[in-house]
Structures are given as structure tokens and as C-alpha cells.
Design a binder for this molecule. Sequence first.
Ligand code: AMP
Length: 309
Amino acid sequence: MANLVIVGSLALDTVKTPFGQVRDALGGAATYASYSASFFTKPATATTGVVGVVGVVGNDFPKQHLQLLQQRGIDTSGVSVDKTGNTFRWEGCYEYDMNEAKTVMTELGVFANFRPQLPDSYKSAEYVFLANIDPELQLKVLKQVRKPKLVLLDTMNYWIQNKKQLLLDVIKKVDVLLLNDSEARQLFETPNLVKAAATALKLGPKYIIIKKGEHGALLFSDGNHFSAPSYPLEAIKDPTGCGDSFAGALIGYLASKNSSSEKEIRKAIIYGSVVASFNAEDFSLERMKHIAAEDIEKRYEEFERIREF
Ligand code: AMP
């Protein structure tokens, strides 16, 4: 039974940064998020994984990519293979300011006709992450989950530009909204992040998390505010997937504690920042493949020291 359901893209990414490049490498919001969530959820077999992914890939998606997720105990029975088209492809590049990716190309491929159908074993999940994907698909998934305790939503400028009203409809149905600073400004049409968060809170979510890339993250709730630092990384190669790794670790940690208290959400933000910082150290999922729970704990403790004053 999947207790944490993640819907989002599974992708083949072509990425160029000042430190190198990859072509058709494993990527996608759901890929990064489920992999990082799996550090916090119990190991399980491929069919009984605690994290269940919902998405679609084309005929060209290498089998070993799904196997990589299955080896982490992630349930991939919600990933359909559509033989009529190609996997979603994204091409992006970064300049020396690695906070913002420039999208060179987006090819929806099989995502264009995707109608998500959750396996029965996912429908009683208590935690749901609607990762960056068409808000129409996010809604379709949410409708199929019976009684979630916590729903986390992420998005990106592409959907703010193209499907803003639908996105606002989804925001009204979730508990936690995750945005980066430029998206928050764009969506709520204000340069002021405090105002953007206040407007977002009025729509319904209990918590708004605004990611500020290498400058950490802010949490807003009714009357409260928390500012988390980021990890001072010396070796950053590729920030692709940092937002998704952050979100996956955040909700994976909350699912493992079965809590959505503000105290745990603050800790979850730090765990999210820790896993995202590892992710940026290499392209695709390469760095995450080589870390263990102990590495995450060690860096979490460093975060505690950074915050002391
Ligand atoms: P981030 O965590 O924000 O760096 O997300 C990077 C991932 O988002 C990449 O692996 C892409 O494949 C994926 N991605 C990029 N554009 C889109 C889009 N329009 N819809 C869904 N996923 C996307």
C-alpha cells in the first residue's frame, strides 16, 4: 500500500551548466521527489512500496530508470508506459547564477494525452505530493485519493503562464503550497513575498513555503514565519531537481512522522534543504545515488550549527 503518492513528470533531461552537460539523462519532478522521499520512508518491495509514483513514460524510457526507483522501494505500478509516443523531455541551461533555469525546450510527449488512473493500492494514501505537472492532471489525481491528511503542491512558471485559473483551483484544495520566489511574485502579481504569502494563505492552504534557491526557504502560516538557511555548498554542478528533491524529502519526512505540525514542518524544511544540497552536487540523480541516511543526518546536524546564534 502506498502511503505517500507522488504525481509528476518522469523525464529525459538535457541540461547544460557552466560545469558540464548531460543529454537525455534521467529527470522529472516525480523522479527526484520520489527518490528523495525514499530516504525517509520504510524500505519495501517494488509492489508494496510506501512511496507510490503516478506518471507516464514513453517507449523510449530506459527500463533501468524505473528499476532504479524500484530498488529504493518505490512503487511504480502507477507509472504507465504509453507506447504511442516519446517520454516527456525538458532541456534547460544555467548561467553562473544557478538559481534560475532557462528552459530551452519542453516536449510534453506522452504527457499530452495522459489520464492518470491510480492503482487501488494508492487510493488510501494519507500523504500526497502534486509535483510540478499540468494542474489538470494534479486535480485528476487528487480526486482519486480518498482521505489524504496532507496534500503538498508544487508548480512552475510554465503552468502559471499557461493555466493560471486551474492552478488557483488546485491551490484552494491543498494544505501546503510550495513555490520559488519568482513564481510567488508572478502568480500573485507582487514583488513582495510577505504579501504574496498572505494572499496565498487566504486561498486555503495552511502553510506556504517559498524557496529562495541558494538563500534558503521561508515558511508562512497564520501569524507565524520561519526562515531556513541553505547549505553553503562549495561544489555545485547542477541544481536541476533541487526543488523536487526538497519537496520529496519534506513530505517523506512528514509521512515518516505521520505529522503535519508546524514543528515537524520546520524540521522537514531542513531535511528538504539537506537532500536538495546533495542533489546539486552532480547531474541528474548521480549524487543522490551515492548517499545514505547517515549522510543526511550528518548534514542536518551541520544545519543546526549554522542556525545557532
Ligand atoms: P526543479 O526541481 O524545479 O529543478 O525541476 C526540474 C525537473 O522538472 C526536470 O527534471 C524537468 O524534467 C522537470 N520539468 C521541467 N519543466 C516541466 C514541466 N513543464 N512540467 C513538468 N515537469 C517539468
